[in-house]
Structure formats: C-alpha cells, structure tokens
Ligand binder design. Structure first.
Ligand SMILES: *[C@@H]1O[C@H](CO)[C@@H](O)[C@H](O)[C@H]1NC(C)=O
Ligand SMILES: *[C@@H]1O[C@H](CO)[C@@H](O)[C@H](O)[C@H]1NC(C)=O
Ligand SMILES: *[C@@H]1O[C@H](CO)[C@@H](O)[C@H](O)[C@H]1NC(C)=O
Ligand SMILES: *[C@@H]1O[C@H](CO)[C@@H](O)[C@H](O)[C@H]1NC(C)=O
Ligand SMILES: *[C@@H]1O[C@H](CO)[C@@H](O)[C@H](O)[C@H]1NC(C)=O
Ligand SMILES: *[C@@H]1O[C@H](CO)[C@@H](O)[C@H](O)[C@H]1NC(C)=O
Ligand SMILES: *[C@@H]1O[C@H](CO)[C@@H](O)[C@H](O)[C@H]1NC(C)=O
Ligand SMILES: *[C@@H]1O[C@H](CO)[C@@H](O)[C@H](O)[C@H]1NC(C)=O
Length: 413
C-alpha cells in the first residue's frame, strides 16, 4: 500500500515538473519579442522641455536592427519632446511595433526646423510591417506655424506655405496606425504616401476649425488603404485622397468641423491623374463645408473612376454633394481650357440630412470632358435653415437618378 502512494507521488511530481518546464518553455518563446524603451537610450521626459530625438533614433536603430521576428519600441507613459526625426528602414524584424503609451510633443516653434525638411515632424520611411499604436497622444503644437501661414497671413514677411505633417508613412507596406490621438498638427496630421496595405483605425484627430491646411488624413500614391473608426475635427479635409490612389476604403468616420471627405484637388500641374476604386461609407458630417466632394483642375488629364459615397448623414453641411471639375484657387481666376480629368462611375447612395446652402447638389463638370455615369440614389436632403428651398445645380453631368426625393436631381442622360 505504502509503496503505491510513493509511486503515485513520484508520478504526480513528474507530471508537475513537466508542466512547469512546459510553462518555462512557453515563457521563453516571447523573449525573442524584443522591446526597446526609449528611456534606456537616454530619453528624458523633463516635462517635455528637452529634445529627445537622438534617444528616439538610437531606440529606433535598435528596434529596426533587432534579430527577432518582431520588435517593439516603447514610449512610456510620460511626455517627450521630440524634434523632427526620420525613422528609416528597411528593418530586419518582420513586425515593428512603435508603441506610444505617453505623449509626443513637437517643438513649440518653427525655429526647430531650421536646416531640416519643413514638410515633416515624425516620418517613417521604407518600413514594412510597422504598427504605430497608442493609446498615447501625438501633439503637433502647430500654433507657431499657423501664425505664420501665408494662407492666414498673406501680408506677413517670411510667411510659410509648407508646414510639417505630424506623422508621415512614406514607402511603407503592410503597416498600420491605431488607437492614437492626434492634436494640433502644424499641417496634415497623417500622411500616407507611396504605400500599399495600410490600416488606420480608431484614431481621434483634433485641431481648431480655423487652423490652416490641417487635413486629418491625406492619402496619395497608395493602394489598399483602409481608414475605419475615426473621429476627426479639424481646419481642412477630414480625409483627402490625392493622385495615384486606388482601392481605398474610408468607413465609420465622424467629421466636423472640417471640409469633409474629399477626392482632390487633382491635376493642378496638368499631370495625368489616376484615381480609382474609392469607397466612402458610413460617414457622419456635422457642420462641415463639404460632404462628399471631388475636385479637379481643368489643366489635368487622366481619370477618377469607380467612386462610391454611401450611407452618409449630413448635419448642416454647406455643400453636401459636390463635384467641381473646374476647380481653381479663386473663382474665375483660371482660364477655360479644353483639357480635364474624366470623372466617371461615381455613385452617391443613401445620403440624408441637412444642407446649410441652397445648392445641396452641385455637379459642376467640364464642358470638354463631361462627368459620365453619375448615379444618384436614395437621397433626401432638407434645408438646415427652415423655409429655404434646396436645389441641384448641374453642368455637363451625365447619369441617372433613382429615388432622389429632394432636391430635384438635374442630371442629363
Ligand atoms: C544600430 O544598431 C546596430 C545593431 O544593433 C548596432 O550595431 C549599431 O551600432 C547601431 N548604430 C548606432 C548609431 O547606434
Ligand atoms: C529569434 O527568432 C528567430 C526566428 O524565429 C530566430 O531565427 C532567432 O535565432 C531568434 N533569436 C534569438 C536571439 O533567440
Ligand atoms: C513595398 O511594396 C512595393 C510594391 O510591392 C515595393 O516596390 C517596395 O519595395 C516595398 N517597400 C518596402 C519598404 O518593402
Ligand atoms: C503584404 O502582406 C501580404 C500578406 O503577408 C503579402 O501577401 C503582400 O505581398 C504584402 N504586400 C507588400 C506590398 O509587401
Ligand atoms: C490646440 O490648439 C488650440 C489653439 O492654439 C488650443 O486652444 C488647444 O488647447 C490645443 N489643444 C491641445 C490639446 O493642446
Ligand atoms: C446654379 O448655377 C447657375 C449658373 O452658374 C448660377 O447662376 C446659380 O446661382 C446657381 N444656383 C445655385 C442655387 O447656386
Ligand atoms: C462652374 O465653374 C465655373 C468655373 O469656375 C464657374 O464659372 C461656374 O459658375 C460654376 N457653375 C456652377 C453651377 O457653380
Ligand atoms: C420655395 O418653393 C415654394 C414652392 O415652389 C415657393 O412657394 C417658395 O416661395 C419658395 N421659397 C423660397 C425661399 O424660395
């Protein structure tokens, strides 16, 4: 009997031992997921008064050159001032996490950009598998730039047209930005350029209504970009889509104040525009200047095709539905040309809400390259100001309307 118990005990210990060693084996597995805390490279919070760009670059270098499959740069729960910096690749790990738990602060004054590229603050270049994640905050502290912007201060000596984008992804593939709170960028908050396979989700972007050119998210020369769950309140377009873009989906966005969701402006320099397969859905716009917009310059060539704006709700939006193929920096300042970007197969479907201007639908297309295949479906707009009558204003816009209750559509067959 006794021997039996001892035997059982030994067996039990053996099982326990193998369980423990299995657990240890499991816990050594993630040891290859290397993490690099910026503080270990000399970053000091100091209430956000000391520049940490050197420390961030050292931490980035370690993260980017790590031998592990996946490595992580950590910005801990503090405030860090970071001067303009480029985080370059390619990197060795397949996955690079840039984890922002704390706050990143841009320099307070444009002075910090002396001798540097004024188009950017934090730039990620040629990195694939990059995941910039929160829940931290990225504060562009743009006031110094806004105060010297040529748009708002045209008479100011030394005024600037270009100001830094807060976060740029340039030539990055299969990357993402998630759970980040952006505030007060000097210009664009997030720019995606020359990338393929980008997810932007759960972002909050906030800048004053009157801040110049502070687009929320700008996408250019990129394919397969997905923006979802974004709350954007800013001084320019909430989301803008530039040239050489395709397969873009923008969904679940709340926009306002701001200039709405825009494709363009395109073709300014007479270039050959290529924009296709753009899908904008589930958008709520409040007090914006535009809702669903496409704008092209007469000088441009090429195409914008297969665009869908659907399931959008407008609350007191100035131009809920607008195509302007005669876009110009000033009305009437551009002379009539016989070129134009061909806009085709654009559908506006299931759009509701209120318009604060009379021309709720404005399709101002080119005389030489008319808009074709415009589809207006299930639209019911009401005036934001009681007693006003809403109208559609179409020029050279061809297509069909179905279930448009108000305003009376004006497409030509
Ligand atoms: C960058 O990281 C590599 C690999 O970890 C290291 O050999 C190199 O010294 C680092 N460079 C700098 C400037 O720290
Ligand atoms: C990390 O993982 C990679 C790929 O699984 C492996 O080749 C490498 O030897 C590991 N490095 C370390 C330090 O364990
Ligand atoms: C991204 O993908 C493009 C097209 O597939 C490729 O040319 C480019 O080298 C890739 N960039 C990186 C950083 O891997
Ligand atoms: C992105 O990742 C997918 C899946 O891993 C891969 O098939 C694709 O080639 C990658 N794209 C680029 C441009 O690297
Ligand atoms: C953003 O800028 C505005 C105007 O300068 C300022 O009132 C606001 O407090 C700033 N927001 C943050 C979070 O710093
Ligand atoms: C519609 O366009 C015509 C021609 O440009 C213009 O005169 C008219 O004021 C416009 N109507 C509205 C409501 O904007
Ligand atoms: C269309 O654009 C042209 C050129 O800017 C402008 O003259 C015209 O008034 C616009 N028409 C409407 C209906 O807005
Ligand atoms: C709106 O349209 C109705 C019916 O056509 C007309 O009686 C009314 O005067 C119009 N109101 C305005 C402000 O134009």
């Amino acid at each position: 009997m006794q021997g039996g118990y001892v035997y059982l005990l030994v067996l039990l210990l053996l099982i326990l031992g193998s369980l423990v060693s299995a657990a240890i084996a499991c816990s050594t597995e993630p040891a290859n997921l290397t993490t690099f805390d910026v503080r270990d490279f000399g970053a000091i919070s100091a209430g956000g008064n000391i520049d940490n760009s050197e420390a961030f670059l050292l931490a980035w270098n370690a993260t980017c050159n790590s031998e592990s499959e996946s490595s992580t740069l950590i910005v801990p729960r503090r405030k860090f001032l970071v001067n303009p910096v480029v985080f370059g690749g390619p990197c060795k790990p397949k996955i690079i996490n840039f984890l922002i738990l704390g706050r990143l602060l841009a320099p307070n004054s444009p002075e910090a950009w002396k001798g540097l590229d004024q188009s950017q603050w934090l730039a990620f270049k040629r990195v694939s598998g990059l995941k910039v994640a929160g829940p931290g905050r990225i504060n562009g502290r743009g006031k110094g730039w806004w105060d010297q912007s040529c748009r708002d201060h045209p008479g100011l000596k030394g005024c600037t047209v270009l100001a830094p984008t807060a976060v740029k992804f340039v030539s990055c593939n299969n990357s993402s930005i998630g759970d980040v709170h952006f505030v007060n960028s000097s210009q664009v908050h997030v720019l995606i350029e020359g990338c393929e396979g980008i997810h932007i989700e759960n972002v909050l972007i906030e800048a004053p209504e009157r801040s110049p050119n502070t687009d929320g998210i700008h996408i250019s020369a990129s394919r397969y970009v997905f923006v979802t769950n974004a709350i954007i309140a800013t001084g320019d377009d909430c989301v803008s889509i530039g040239d050489h873009t395709s397969n873009i989906i923008v969904s679940y966005v709340k926009c306002g104040p701001g200039h709405g969701i825009s494709i363009g402006s395109l073709g300014r320099s007479g270039n050959f525009v290529q924009v296709e397969n753009i899908h904008v859905t589930q958008v709520y716009l409040q007090g914006t200047t535009n809702g669903a917009r496409i704008k092209t310059w007469q000088a441009g060539k090429g195409y914008v095709r297969r665009v869908t704006f659907e399931h959008m709700f407008f609350r007191s939006v100035k131009n809920p539905i607008i195509i302007d193929q005669n876009y110009c920096s000033k009305r009437g300042a551009c002379k009539e040309l016989d070129t134009g970007v061909h806009i085709s197969d654009v559908s506006f479907n299931n759009l509701y809400g209120t318009s604060s201007s009379q021309a709720a639908i404005s399709l101002n297309c080119s005389r030489s390259v008319a808009c074709t295949g415009v589809f207006l479906k299930s639209i019911y707009l009401r005036p934001a100001i009681q007693g006003q009558n809403l109208t559609s204003n179409c020029t050279n816009a061809h297509g069909i309307a179905f279930g448009v209750i108000q305003p009376e559509p004006c497409l030509q067959i």
